[in-house]
Write a protein that binds this ligand. Structure first.
Ligand SMILES: NC(=O)c1ccc[n+]([C@@H]2O[C@H](COP(=O)([O-])OP(=O)(O)OC[C@H]3O[C@@H](n4cnc5c(N)ncnc54)[C@H](OP(=O)(O)O)[C@@H]3O)[C@@H](O)[C@H]2O)c1
Length: 347
């Protein structure tokens, strides 16, 4: 039987994910990468063509097949693709709704994924953070959001992997207003997110708490968020307070040895973003976070610092990893090494 993946949505997350899967499908042992573009927009014709050139196949709903055909595209019915694809990766802001209306009616043997905002879709998964959570009994996963990837990497690298007792982790997500590809939701001034979660402040700390709770951890985490008038990328301020005293030399070694955090001497997000535009995949950095190493500050048992968050890139490999794991339970980690060429240690 062919090994087929369907990506639903071609936005900020779907578009590069389709490219990543299609361009590496041979090395990953995947036969077909299909993508569902819902709306036949003439101003997005170039995007569809580029994804087809990368080796992906366009599918859509029956009612608009003729519109895509009139643009010159070969296109198939998404209903066929729902049936023929063993892995379905939802990259829309409607993953939970799509589960209710569509995916839950398909075979439960498939693996379904939704992204970031679709809390409750399934257990959290983040590549390299909780690899062991993938198993064939569970048929749906929530791919952790960009901030969850970043915060979880910091907690894992500096606390859990080193068995340091974490008293408390505090985080401020300084968020870009919207993605460079988007017109909506730009913010003309810093705009605060309400602390609407009594326990965790905002959902960012809650999500990381829940991810590690799946692993049996019970962490004391709190987050705040503020939207800034920039399109470049999120930046995260963090403070980890440990039971014991720590020293900067050990922390720097932990950063150097981390597989998923990179470091930089750059102090502005435009410089980091620009490196991603020039050297990343689809202009995106795929690491979980980029620590501004000169921001690292240790005092007694406290570590404070800043970390840039590649919000439109750091979740991509998690969707790929969870797909490859489904098809190749024994060799998926080896297959993922094809992406090492996109990972940098210092930028
Ligand atoms: N943006 C980020 O940096 C980022 C980072 C991590 C996670 N996420 C998460 O990723 C998900 C998608 O975000 P995004 O920023 O990529 O969104 P986006 O750029 O607004 O793109 C949304 C895409 O979803 C499609 N779509 C929407 N509703 C659909 C439906 N019911 N059926 C089929 N297609 C549908 C749209 O298709 P048409 O245009 O063809 O109608 C569009 O291609 C969200 O859960 C978000 O939280 C986003």
């Amino acid at each position: 039987m062919n090994k087929n993946i369907l990506v639903v949505g071609t936005g900020t997350i779907g578009e590069p994910l389709i490219g990543l899967l299609a361009q590496h499908k041979e090395e990953l042992g995947v036969d077909n990468v299909n993508f569902f573009k819902r709306t036949p927009l003439t101003d997005e014709q170039g995007k569809v063509e580029a994804l087809i050139r990368k080796g992906a196949n366009l599918v859509t709903t029956n009612d608009v097949i003729k519109d895509f055909k009139s643009m010159g595209f070969n296109v198939e019915d998404v209903e066929k693709s729902y049936k023929d694809s063993q892995v379905i990766i939802d990259c829309t802001p409607a993953g939970n709704k799509n589960w209710e209306e569509i995916y839950s009616k398909l075979s439960g043997e498939k693996r379904f994924m939704a992204q970031g905002s679709e809390h409750g879709f399934g257990p959290f998964f983040a590549w390299g953070i909780n690899n062991d959570s993938l198993n064939q009994e569970q048929n749906k996963y929530l791919i952790a959001s960009c901030n969850t990837h970043n915060i979880a990497s910091i907690v894992k690298t500096f606390a859990l992997d080193k068995s340091r007792d974490l008293n408390e982790g505090r985080f401020v997500c300084l968020r870009r207003a919207n993605d460079v590809s988007q017109n909506d939701s730009f913010s003309p001034s810093p705009t605060i997110t309400k602390h609407d979660n009594q326990e965790f402040g905002t959902h960012h700390a809650r999500d990381v708490f829940e991810l590690f709770q799946q692993e049996g951890e019970d962490l004391n985490l709190f987050s705040s968020a503020i939207k800034l008038p920039t399109q470049y990328m999120h930046t995260l301020w963090f403070n980890l307070s440990f039971e014991e005293k720590i020293n900067l030399e050990n922390i720097s070694d932990d950063l150097e040895n981390s597989e998923f955090l990179m470091s930089t001497e750059k102090l502005s997000s435009n410089k980091v973003f620009s490196f991603g535009r020039d050297h990343g995949y689809h202009g995106r950095l795929l690491s979980h976070g980029i620590i501004a190493k000169e921001s690292l500050h240790v005092k007694d048992n406290n570590l404070t610092g800043y970390c840039f968050t590649p919000q439109d890139g750091n979740a991509l490999l998690s969707s790929v990893a969870a797909s490859v794991n489904y098809f190749y339970e024994d060799s998926w980690i080896d297959k993922m090494s094809i992406f090492n060429k996109y990972i940098f240690k210092n930028i």
